[in-house]
Design a protein around this ligand. Structure first.
Ligand SMILES: C[S@@+](CC[C@H](N)C(=O)[O-])C[C@H]1O[C@@H](n2cnc3c(N)ncnc32)[C@H](O)[C@@H]1O
Length: 283
């Protein structure tokens, strides 16, 4: 069994995995509560954007809009932020939260708008944005060439793309754990992300200039079973896995995690995540 097709299946993404923010919430909670880094991911990404006043920003695959909700007080004056996502549920959550935020920012000139859009066919005119953000989403896009061409088209000349993704070893221990347990029931190989730290530079280079990458140094020391189980349950692998033996496997998994935490004080999980930066060289 391979999850590769479903990982990029728009119906699955829109109607199941990302129909609302619940799955993302379970994963974000694990990172928030057990990360070694004193700075959380969305704060770090926001700093990397290096936004200046009067900037037009497009975020593709915005989810519930956390990047902006968690950095509200840091957005420079007169920035126009456009958020887009494939999932209407995510757009609705982002819209509701940011409408509230916008009223709290009255007088700053900062505006938000959110709408449904597929990154492979962006509903915006050429040269519309100074900055495009794609935060942990390009690996879900089956026609990556169309998406990158669209980003370049809507970016102004010299506009910047910031694209976050993971490396092959991201959450390696957790993937091994899931694979071992599930592998008893179904032959399974963990899919490589289509857009990942290892190949992102080569994929971006035909479309953009000055491609570089910055890594986010972090790791998890998880000291409670329930948040780790919630993370596992939020994953595509577990949500689609329907075997008669599922309850036994889940119980075995829980026991193994509890035993490891007792023996070692924590369940240690490495992270390998970062952000590509690139410039639109089109004139
Ligand atoms: C892993 S989540 C990341 C959400 C958000 N960027 C964050 O970091 O919290 C991926 C998001 O990309 C969206 N997505 C997937 N394929 C997409 C596409 N082709 N066009 C636009 N959004 C897409 C999903 O609906 C989901 O909200």
């Amino acid at each position: 069994m391979s999850l590769e097709p479903i990982f990029q299946d728009k119906t699955y993404l829109r109607e199941q995995q990302y129909s609302d923010s619940r799955n993302l919430d379970a994963r974000a909670a694990l990172h928030r509560d057990f990360s070694a880094s004193p700075v959380d991911w969305q704060t770090w990404v926001f700093t990397q954007l290096g936004l200046e006043p009067d900037t037009a920003v497009l975020e593709c695959g915005c989810g519930p809009g956390w990047l902006w909700r968690q950095n509200l007080g840091r957005i420079p004056a007169n920035c126009a932020i456009t958020l887009t996502d494939l999932s209407p549920g995510m757009v609705a959550e982002a819209q509701a939260a940011l409408a509230e935020a916008e009223s709290a920012l009255t007088g700053s000139g900062i505006t938000f708008q959110a709408r449904e859009a597929n990154i492979e066919a962006l509903p915006f005119a050429d040269d519309s944005f100074d900055v495009v953000v794609a935060n942990h989403m390009l690996y879900h896009v089956p026609h990556l060439d169309s998406a990158l061409a669209e980003i370049r088209r809507v970016l102004k000349p010299n506009g910047r793309l910031l694209a976050a993704t993971n490396g092959d070893n991201h959450m390696r221990e957790l993937k091994d754990l899931a694979q071992n347990i599930v592998g008893e029931a179904v032959p399974y190989t963990w899919p490589q992300l289509a857009f990942r730290l290892e190949n992102g530079r080569d994929l971006l280079a035909p479309y953009f200039e000055d491609v570089s990458v910055v890594l986010f140094a972090d790791g998890l020391a998880v000291t409670a079973v329930a948040p780790l189980m919630a993370y596992l349950r939020s994953m595509t692998l577990f949500s689609i896995l329907q075997t008669d033996d599922m309850a036994r496997q889940v119980a075995a998994l829980e026991q193994h995690i509890a035993d490891t935490i007792t023996a070692q004080g924590a369940y240690h999980i490495q992270k390998e995540t970062g952000l590509f930066k690139a410039r639109n060289g089109r004139v």
